[in-house]
Design a protein around this ligand. Structure first.
Ligand SMILES: O=C(O)CCC(=O)N[C@@H](CCC(=O)O)C(=O)O
Ligand SMILES: [Zn+2]
Length: 339
């Protein structure tokens, strides 16, 4: 189905849809293309993990797309065994083709039903619906359901617009009081992700959708800085790619014991939403994620509104004045410990 086992090339050649198709590899893996960029892989005797790996939810975040392309190729050509069910998602193919974060709307604000709110309709809203349906189908369609409790995982892979003082970090979605998983945090540390942002609010992101609706362990994983295809230094993503390969190929993954000294833990203290077109930060585009400011410091203005640091120190994450009015323009985080 895919020339040279290149799932990405096929997806980008069919950005708006592809007919469902299925085949079995020489190594006995059932491969099912459910739609363009939506590929379900089932080994003959699946282990207890149901793994979703998504990338390209933002079209210009290319390194994660390359990681998923290479992993798909290795599984399809048999060089990487598959131990568990795996759903590979290439989020926004038209945006990838355009080399843009989004075409009309930020896909990662359209989950948990947000795609169907309001009057507007566009390809990103349709895609959010299709991705939600694919995740639901994948988690519900486990062939041996009832016999074996599956561990549901979803790593939504991104890169950030700005540089980051901690290059690799995750947003750990709000779990509504359920305990955070120290094992998952150590898995991420093995991926080279040493920084965790704990969210305390529901959102409309993809990772929150999977954690909230399917009790998956889900994360938005930020792996570095956005660069165009061909300009990523893939050596910086090796630990992540290698650990993801181990995750999908090993029946049992041995992880180190929880060690907080390996981690930087932050809690999201505030979300700043853009309320008008006059929204502006007081700092420049070169200021990196995790830059910290003292209490009282003026971070942004929005017409007559002043956004100042409220805690002793708060650091800025994802500051972006160019988002649409009503959207999140910045997160503020403060140091914390795991609950
Ligand atoms: O660098 C930026 O400004 C954005 C990088 C990015 O796409 N981040 C995700 C985080 C999602 C989350 O909060 O879980 C996003 O903004 O969608
Ligand atoms: Zn992103």
């Amino acid at each position: 189905m895919f020339k040279d086992n290149d799932f990405l090339a096929f997806t980008l050649a069919n950005p708006h849809g592809a007919a469902p198709a299925a085949f079995t590899t020489d190594t006995g893996i059932e491969v099912a293309l459910w739609d363009t960029g939506i590929l379900c892989l089932t080994p003959a005797n699946p282990g207890n993990k149901d793994i979703v790996l998504s990338c390209g939810v933002h079209g210009n975040e290319t390194a994660p797309i390359e990681i998923v392309r290479d992993l798909a190729k290795a599984v399809l050509d048999g060089s990487l065994p598959l131990a568990h069910r795996l759903l590979l998602l290439i989020g926004n193919p038209p945006a990838i083709n355009a080399g843009k974060r989004e075409i009309e709307e930020n896909l990662n604000r359209l989950f948990s039903g947000a795609h169907s709110k309001g009057d507007g309709q566009n390809a990103e809203r349709e895609r959010a619906k299709a991705l939600e349906a694919a995740v639901a189908r994948f988690y519900h369609e486990r062939p041996d359901a009832g016999r074996q409790e599956a561990l549901r995982l979803h790593y939504d892979l991104h890169t950030a617009i700005r540089g980051s003082q901690h290059e690799k970090f995750v947003v750990y979605p709000f779990l509504h009081g359920k305990p955070r998983s120290k094992e998952q945090v150590m898995f991420l540390a093995e991926c080279g992700v040493d920084t965790v942002l704990l969210s305390d609010d529901p959102t409309t992101t993809f990772s929150y959708f999977s954690t909230n609706e399917f009790a998956a362990h889900g994360f938005t994983v930020e792996l570095g800085k956005v660069r165009p295809f061909g300009q990523n230094d893939m050596s910086r993503f090796k630990a992540t790619a290698d650990t993801l390969a181990k995750l999908v190929s090993q029946r049992e993954l041995v992880l180190p014991a929880y060690d907080e000294s390996r981690l930087n833990l932050y809690r999201i203290s505030r979300v700043i939403n853009k309320q008008s077109d006059s929204f502006a930060f007081t700092f420049g585009e070169d200021v990196e994620n995790f830059t910290s400011y003292p209490k009282g410091h003026l971070l942004a203005t929005d017409g007559a509104i002043e956004h100042r640091v409220e805690l002793d120190a708060e650091a800025v994450i994802f500051p972006n004045a160019k988002v649409a009015v009503g959207q999140r323009a910045c997160l503020l985080v403060a140091r914390t410990q795991l609950d």
